[in-house]
Design a protein around this ligand. Structure first.
Ligand code: SF4
Ligand code: SF4
Length: 96
C-alpha cells in the first residue's frame, strides 16, 4: 500500500475561474518550441529562454483584462503540464 503522504495533493475545488492567474507569475522556462511569439520571450546571456514578465510580475502573454493566456494554443510546455488543483497550483493560490 502507498503511504497517504506520498500521494499527490489534488483539490478539485481549486479552479482557474476562482484564481487571479497566480501561476502566471512564476518563472516559465522554454524547453521546447511551441511557437511562443518572440516578443514574449526573454533570452539570457547564455541563451536560456523564459517567458518575459512585466513590472506587475505577471507573464507578458497574460491578457490583463481577462487574466487568461493570450497565447493559449502556443503556450509553453511547462504551462501545459501545470496541473489545476495540483500541489504546485495549491501552493501558488496560497501565496500573497
Ligand atoms: S492552475 Fe492553479 S494557480 Fe494557475 S490559474 Fe489555475 S487555479 Fe490558479
Ligand atoms: S504563457 Fe500563458 S499560461 Fe503560461 S505563464 Fe504566460 S500567460 Fe500563463
Amino acid at each position: 500500500m502507498i503511504p497517504l503522504h506520498t500521494l499527490p495533493v489534488l483539490d478539485p475545488t481549486a479552479t482557474c475561474d476562482t484564481c487571479a492567474a497566480k501561476c502566471c507569475r512564476l518563472e516559465v522556462m522554454l524547453i521546447t518550441d511551441t511557437g511562443v511569439p518572440e516578443r514574449f520571450i526573454d533570452t539570457d546571456d547564455w541563451g536560456s529562454q523564459t517567458m518575459a514578465r512585466l513590472d506587475d510580475g505577471w507573464c507578458a502573454a497574460l491578457d490583463r483584462r481577462t487574466m487568461s493566456c493570450s497565447i493559449y494554443r502556443q503556450r509553453p510546455l511547462i504551462c501545459r503540464e501545470f496541473e489545476m488543483g495540483g500541489s504546485d497550483c495549491l501552493e501558488e493560490r496560497l501565496a500573497p
